[in-house]
Design a protein around this ligand. Structure first.
Ligand code: KDG
Ligand code: MG
Length: 403
């Protein structure tokens, strides 16, 4: 028994907002979990503070599966991003404690290393095709084996994935949601050129990825997948919204471009059909938004028997705690595919000390017990929460569209 004696929520904004849960045990150990839900941070903080933490104190921190079910089944109300993010924060903090109690890095508790390193994909973006390809070449020269390419669309003022900073993309930057404009026709006319130029400059010994960010209908996504086949993408991500999982049957029938989906999913139930019917190749669920390591272990096993690999979300709105948890998971899981990597800002790294490292396009979680990430609470207190929304998107005629 390792009794939980306290649990608290820490909210800070070192470059962007993060919500962190810290759980302490009677034995003098503590664990941390990420509880950040971009643009809805305070909803998760309130869910934790008002509804979860009062039930945690006194429980055995070692009983991770029991606590998980207590919070999932015990709420009666199931799933949803706020609930599943809160559960993930508790789950990851408890795994961190278990690692510290065992004096082992987490990947050892998850079955040990299945590979020497975790292949990550980096991000190249620019408003022009030439600029994106030049940034990608730079990343390739730095040793990255896989690169996601996004570029501006001629005729549109802004586009998903194209940012001021060349290494990462930080879309939550409005005190109220910024309004973007979208035209599928303009996008479809321009995107292929990016991959023509990319293959010409980068060659074929690097994996190329692209995120459609839920902007196409199934038939449009089918066409894009087909058009991009000659450039041998590693994956086309979130080609179409997937609430209706059968949408992907149409896409799958028409293209051999590998498909990745799932950064907005909260549980296995959001991708059961996608996986069971082998409609996708990579599942992108996020540790912090899909119930933590305990739930994703089940999801990954289910995916494994259907030839679906992992390709977890790793944008900057997932704190270094989630990145570390993902790396331990990726290192150990049998059906690992790839891991998204976006550099956090220097302020973020100063608040979250980390043991994970990156070398030649591969990452390792480090050998510190547990997650190998800590939070500097006094530094965190110097960065108070700042409200920040993700943008919304409208078609050129004003119709509200998917962002
Ligand atoms: O909070 C939303 C971002 O995490 C998301 O827009 C980033 O699509 C994304 C990606 O693939 O990293
Ligand atoms: Mg994405």
């Amino acid at each position: 028994m390792s009794k939980i004696i306290s649990a608290k929520v820490i909210i800070c904004s070192p470059g962007r907002n993060f919500v962190t849960l810290k759980i302490e045990t009677e034995s003098g150990h503590y664990g941390i979990g990420d509880a950040t839900l971009n643009g809805r941070e305070l909803a998760v903080a309130a869910y934790l503070e008002e509804h979860v933490l009062p039930c945690l104190v006194g429980r055995d921190a070692q009983k991770i599966e029991d606590v998980w079910n207590y919070l999932y089944k015990g709420a009666y109300w199931r799933r949803g991003p706020v609930t599943m993010t809160a559960i993930a924060a508790v789950d990851v903090a408890l795994w961190d404690i278990k690692g510290k109690l065992a004096n082992l890095p987490l990947y050892q508790l998850l079955g040990g290393a299945s590979r020497d390193g975790v292949m990550v994909y980096a991000h190249a973006n620019h408003k022009t095709v030439a600029g994106t390809v030049a940034n990608a070449l730079d990343l390739k020269n730095k040793g990255f084996k896989a690169i996601r390419l996004q570029t501006g669309v001629p005729g549109l003022a802004s586009n998903y994935g194209v940012s001021k900073h060349k290494d990462f993309y930080e879309p939550a930057d409005g005190d109220l949601p910024v309004e973007n404009a979208w035209s599928t026709e303009k996008y479809m006319q321009s995107v292929e050129q990016l991959f023509v130029e990319a293959r010409r400059s980068l060659g074929w010994d690097v994996h190329l990825l692209h995120d459609v960010h839920h902007r196409l209908s199934p038939i449009e996504a089918a066409r894009l997948g087909k058009d991009l086949e000659p450039y041998r993408l590693f994956w086309m991500e979130d080609a179409s919204p997937a609430e209706n999982q059968k949408n992907f049957q149409l896409i799958r029938q028409h293209t051999t471009t590998p498909l990745a989906v799932g950064e907005v999913f909260n549980s296995l139930w959001d991708c059961k059909t996608l996986i069971e019917e082998q409609l996708i190749d990579y599942i992108r669920a996020t540790i912090v938004h899909a119930g933590g390591l305990s739930h994703l272990r089940k999801l990954a096993c289910f995916a494994e028997i259907h030839n679906v690999k992992t390709g977890f979300h790793g944008a900057t709105d997932l704190s270094p705690i989630t990145m570390a948890a993902a790396l331990h998971f990726d290192l150990s899981v049998a059906n690992f595919g790839i891991q998204e990597y976006m550099r956090h800002s220097d302020e973020t790294y100063a608040v979250f000390n980390r043991h994970y490292t990156i070398n030649e396009g591969y990452m390792l979680p480090g050998e510190a017990p547990g997650l190998g990430v800590d939070i500097d609470e006094s530094l965190a207190a110097k960065y108070p929460y700042k409200r920040a929304y993700l943008p919304v998107n409208r078609l050129e005629d004003g119709t509200l569209f998917h962002w």
